[in-house]
Design a binder for this molecule. Structure first.
Ligand SMILES: Nc1ncnc2c1ncn2[C@@H]1O[C@H](COP(=O)(O)OP(=O)(O)OP(=O)(O)O)[C@@H](O)[C@H]1O
Ligand SMILES: [Mg+2]
Length: 268
């Protein structure tokens, strides 16, 4: 079943008249099925975060419709969880307090969320740190806390905005594995933004390559590799090499086009 739909969505930040640029998004059409892992790939500024913000309900389209399970999205909801590039933990709460924050705000009794929180902390390798404060954790650990915090709300969809972008390569690889494992168990629908073609090919069932200004879906790439996927095995797969080269070419082409469009002709 189709979970998320963007139907002819146009979006601007209301700067028309002040800035002579096309809308941020123009007539974007996009459907995400339940349980899919869709990756948005595209140059900086093409509107990837804007699409997540529209689905999260933080922004409203200028024209068109954004819907979840057939209902128009009117505002934020715990059904749609967001994970940002920077984990944004509450500094005055420890790991346990951060992970269980949403459940407590909802008024869920501790007996109902405690076992789930413990399970998530165990999965994320954070059980020994349940009483630690955010500043006592590494970047990767903080991001795992943010993931556990998003997942404990049992969202229908997780919106992930370059969640591993600030991590070193080894930690990122571990986080990717962890995310794939958790997704395999829970089958939450995921929309994941990244700049990294290898990350996109490792994680996604489908990759949407965006063009910039106006932001549109330029190309859809169905990723043919079966799960569980292994980065090392993929690296030696001939089909992987060809897909990777194709995706890289597309993204670079769009990035170049975007830069040129943002560089008005110089007067000699
Ligand atoms: N708060 C804002 N007010 C006005 N314009 C904005 C605002 N946020 C973003 N924009 C504009 O919208 C465009 C799309 O922004 P968005 O953050 O969605 O891009 P992105 O694809 O996520 O980029 P990046 O990869 O750099 O994160 C940008 O080019 C920017 O000009
Ligand atoms: Mg962004």
């Amino acid at each position: 079943m189709t979970h998320i739909v963007l139907d002819d969505v146009t979006f601007t930040f209301g700067a028309e008249g002040k800035v002579a640029t096309p809308p941020v998004l123009e007539r974007v059409n996009l459907g995400i099925d339940e349980g899919e892992f869709v990756v948005l790939l595209g140059p900086s500024g093409c509107g990837k975060s804007t699409i997540l913000n529209l689905i999260a309900g933080f922004e409203r389209p200028l024209a068109g419709r954004v819907a979840s399970n057939g209902r128009t999205i009117e505002g934020p909801s715990p059904e749609r969880g967001m994970v940002f590039q920077q984990p944004m933990l509450y500094p005055w709460l420890n790991v346990w307090g951060n992970v269980t924050f949403g459940a407590r705000m909802r008024g869920t009794p501790e007996a109902e969320y405690a076992a789930q929180a413990e399970e998530l902390l165990w999965q994320m390798g954070l059980l020994p740190y349940r009483d630690a404060s955010p500043w006592e954790l590494s970047g990767g650990m903080r991001q795992r806390v943010a993931l556990a915090r998003a997942w404990i709300m049992q969202p229908d969809i997780l919106l992930m905005d370059e969640p591993f972008g600030a991590l070193d390569a080894q930690t990122r690889a571990l986080m990717q594995e962890l995310l794939l494992r958790t997704w395999a168990q829970r089958r939450t629908t995921i929309l994941f933004v990244t700049h990294d073609v290898d990350e996109a090919l490792l994680l996604g069932t489908r990759i949407l390559v965006m063009s910039a200004r106006p932001g549109r879906i330029r190309e859809e790439i169905r990723v043919p590799f079966a799960y569980p996927r292994d980065a090392e095995a993929l690296a030696t797969n001939a089909q992987y090499g060809a897909l990777r080269a194709h995706a890289l070419h597309r993204v670079r082409e769009e990035a170049r086009r975007h830069l040129e469009a943002m560089q008005p002709l110089k007067v000699a």
